[in-house]
Design a protein. Structure first.
Length: 164
């Protein structure tokens, strides 16, 4: 009986993991500090006005910064962004310099824009869903641009739907 449960969970885990997503660096600012984190659970959520959702693990300090400012910036990664993925996947303490050596553009109010990002979206939070281990922010997109029109977006599929 235990083997059937493991098989079921294994199948469920694999099925969840196969939901494709893009890869993004979500940035936020608080006072004179800025930080960023690797994010994949992002989805467009409306046309008029343009809206998106972004899920952030509730124990990340960036959640407090987003609550304080009501904003964030989403940087869409292009294929070939593995160095940025490695850099931001480790996470940063609140006072750590998250952007050392990374060229930035100051085109958004929510947080820094990565110069090498395929595109960016500047967003204002309008609501939050507070369930489970992640917070889901619903945000109105107030600005954005494609920085590298010839690049292709980095698409990600996990092998296990129960962890990163």
């Amino acid at each position: 009986m235990a083997d059937q449960t493991k098989t079921h969970l294994s199948g469920l885990s694999q099925a969840l993991g196969r939901i494709p997503s893009g890869l993004y660096i979500l940035t936020a600012s608080f006072g004179d500090r800025s930080t960023g984190l690797l994010s994949s659970w992002v989805q467009q959520a409306g046309f008029e006005p343009p809206m998106l959702t972004a899920a952030v693990q509730r124990n990340r300090h960036i959640v407090d910064w987003i609550h304080a400012s009501g904003r964030f910036t989403l940087n869409q990664l292009a294929i070939g962004s593995k160095a940025l993925i490695r850099h931001f996947s480790r996470g940063f303490e609140p006072d750590a310099p998250a952007f050392d050596g990374i060229p930035l553009l100051h085109k958004a109010k929510g947080g820094p824009v990565l110069a090498s990002a395929l595109a960016f979206l500047d967003a204002e939070v309008v609501a939050q869903l507070d369930e489970g281990d992640h917070l889901i922010f619903l945000a109105r997109v107030v600005a954005g641009d494609v920085l590298h029109p010839g690049a292709d977006p980095f698409i990600h599929v996990r092998s296990n739907g129960f962890h990163y």
